[in-house]
Design a binder for this molecule. Structure first.
Ligand code: NIG
Ligand code: FE
Length: 387
């Protein structure tokens, strides 16, 4: 089956053309064949198809690639959010309350919640999702979380080193022994990535190095939570170990920025976190101008960022982090793909997966210009139209 989407006023391909990273085409068309893109170009040159979808002068972008989420959990922390909005500070310790609720939930309860989040994300244009464990913190529970995540995405991250659980509070190094030993043994078969929360209140740089190196030895690729609550050495550790991404980066030093600019490590910014914890927004403008590759992700989790909306994150990144709409959309699509080391998503080019979003707008600028408005009209995931 060949489906031609035509009369696209603005097509963001992310195939760089003459200095334009977004490879934007006007009056364009895209041909989908099965699960893949077969062709993209000027509407006037479009090949024949079995079915034609005329989008009447609207914008089309690649499906969003959300490279950072924590979707396997139970419970709710609305009261913690309410307290924060009344002045309380965010601290990593809140994670433990989600751990208790998650351990008490059945596989089917976790599955139902997880599928609900994925549906919610798809309706908002997200077609690729990375999912972390990290609310189990025991061998059995972490294995359960990565196994459930692997049922719905190949982008599974083992984050046994999220925080030290209460029963190991006075012997954190023993917990790191567990994470790098039996827990890794149980989780590695279901995972592609290894992650650690390298931060005061979570894991030290020395402990983080042990976690990441043990994952690398098992064939997992590192990604790191760092510099979320204050400056630290996590970014440089991530770069040194060749991490695909360092995520958060709310408090970056000049040395961090230089190290990132000189590396293949993507910086994944998570505007939902600063929004929901009332922390200062990182200056994406300074980072992009310094040559850092920036991705945007939602970090959907019950504590620091309970949004699953990439359009919302784009709007905040443009409004408060100094990104242009084109940069923000690139970061939420091609940037996310780079953070996951994928070249078959985040791009509208022959051979790529047919994951596209039709906006109810003539240009992607509306994603930031009309914040909070449901502009995602149709999503194609693996060539199938939804909505
Ligand atoms: O990415 N930083 C660590 N982990 C999550 C927060 C998890 C939570 O508060 O439950 C994050 O922000
Ligand atoms: Fe996170």
């Amino acid at each position: 089956m060949r489906t031609l989407i035509t009369n696209i006023a603005e097509l963001t391909t992310n195939v760089p053309t003459g200095g334009d990273l977004t490879g934007t085409l006007n009056d364009a068309a895209v041909l989908i064949e099965g699960e893949r893109i077969a062709w993209a170009g000027p509407a006037a040159d479009a090949p024949a198809a079995d079915e034609v979808v005329d989008v009447d002068g609207r914008a089309v972008i690649p499906g969003f690639v959300d490279s950072h989420s924590h979707l396997v959990f139970a419970g709710d922390r609305a009261a913690e959010f309410e307290a924060r909005m009344a002045g309380q500070k965010y601290a990593a310790g809140g994670i433990r309350s989600t751990v208790s609720a998650t351990r008490a939930a059945t596989d089917d309860e976790l599955r139902a919640r997880l599928r609900g989040f994925l549906d919610e994300m798809l309706a908002q244009g997200t077609t690729t999702v990375e999912i972390k464990s990290g609310y189990g913190l025991s061998v059995t529970d972490e294995e359960r979380l990565v196994r459930l995540a692997a049922e719905v995405t190949p982008e599974v991250t083992f984050l046994g080193a999220h925080v030290v659980p209460a029963d190991y509070a006075d012997r954190p190094d023993e917990y790191v022994d567990l994470v790098t030993g039996p827990m890794l043994d149980a989780c590695a078969p279901h995972s592609k990535w290894i992650d650690v929360f390298c931060e005061t209140g979570a894991f030290t740089v020395t402990q983080s190095r042990r976690v990441l190196e043990s994952g690398i030895a098992r064939g997992l690729v590192p990604r790191v939570h760092a510099s979320q609550l204050g400056p630290g050495e996590g970014v440089r550790l991530a770069v040194e170990l060749g991490a695909a991404s360092i995520d958060h980066g709310t408090y970056l030093t000049d040395a961090d920025v230089d190290a990132l600019a000189d590396s293949h490590t993507v910086l994944t910014l998570l505007p939902g976190v600063e929004f929901s914890t009332r922390q200062p927004y990182p200056n994406a403008r300074r980072l992009i101008d310094a040559g850092v590759t920036v991705a945007l992700a939602c970090d959907t989790n019950p504590g620091s960022s309970f949004t699953s909306s990439m359009p919302f994150c784009i709007a905040v990144a443009v409004r408060d982090m100094g990104m242009t709409p084109a940069e923000a959309v690139w970061a939420a699509t091609a940037g996310g793909a780079m953070a996951l080391r994928r070249d078959d998503v985040g791009v509208i080019a022959p051979g790529a997966r047919a994951d596209l979003v039709l906006l109810d707008a003539p240009t992607r600028i509306h994603l930031a210009y009309r914040p909070g408005v449901p502009l995602v009209r149709t999503v194609w995931k693996d060539g199938r139209a939804i909505g």
